[in-house]
Ligand binder design. Structure first.
Ligand SMILES: [Zn+2]
Length: 205
């Protein structure tokens, strides 16, 4: 791509560094910004810069926050004695979008994966154990990816939790709208193991 302005070229190159954005899309976005009022573009860049500089991570659950404690942890209407353990912030956003969970979260920052050099010490596991012990948590729900690494992480953490804590995992099975014959054996087997009484299935929909 040839540019007659290095300012334009630099802006395109910055956008093209973003995931999923190629040079053409980057150019389209930059040309769009060029058409806006300069205050709007100022506001855009200031919003990005403030987000990066001022964002905090909740001291209790490691979710993103505007203060030391996130809005979920600070909400007295949520069941503080229930913790849903997830890998990352995107999982919190996905689960919150279902509007089906009224407890709190704990963001691990990944799962145990020795091949990728991720051990328990790189994750927020100690703070979870400490939190459960200190707060007398009644239930820990694991909502991790259904992979060997996810299962390893559940197994590792479960052994460290107090024996009286109820430990559960989200159901794993056939995707809604999926077809049985296309499900892999592992998924099908788990779906059978984790079968539900029809009343609870129907009433939860
Ligand atoms: Zn929090």
């Amino acid at each position: 791509m040839q540019f007659s302005s290095s300012l334009l070229e630099n802006a395109v190159n910055e956008f093209a560094k973003l995931p999923g954005i190629g040079k053409k899309t980057a150019l389209r976005l930059v040309l769009h910004l060029l058409k806006q009022d300069s205050e709007d573009v100022e506001h855009f860049s200031e919003t990005m810069s403030r987000m990066r500089n001022e964002i905090k991570f909740c001291q209790r659950c490691h979710n993103v926050a505007d203060a030391d404690i996130c809005s979920i942890c600070a909400n007295s209407l949520r069941k503080q004695e229930m913790i849903c353990v997830v890998e990352n912030i995107r999982d919190v956003i996905a689960l919150e979008s279902t509007q089906q969970f009224s407890g709190t979260y704990h963001v691990l920052g990944g799962v145990i994966s020795p091949l990728d050099g991720v051990g328990p010490n790189q994750l927020n596991i100690d703070t979870l154990i400490h939190r459960v012990q200190k707060e007398g948590t009644s239930e820990v729900i694991f909502a991790l990816s259904p992979t060997i690494q996810g299962d390893t992480t559940i197994y590792y953490i479960q052994k460290k939790l107090p024996a009286e804590t109820k430990v559960t995992t989200i159901a794993r099975g056939i995707a809604f709208g999926g077809e049985l014959e296309y499900a892999d054996e592992m998924t099908l087997a788990r779906s059978l193991q984790n079968r539900l009484p029809v009343d609870s299935y129907v009433s939860s929909r």
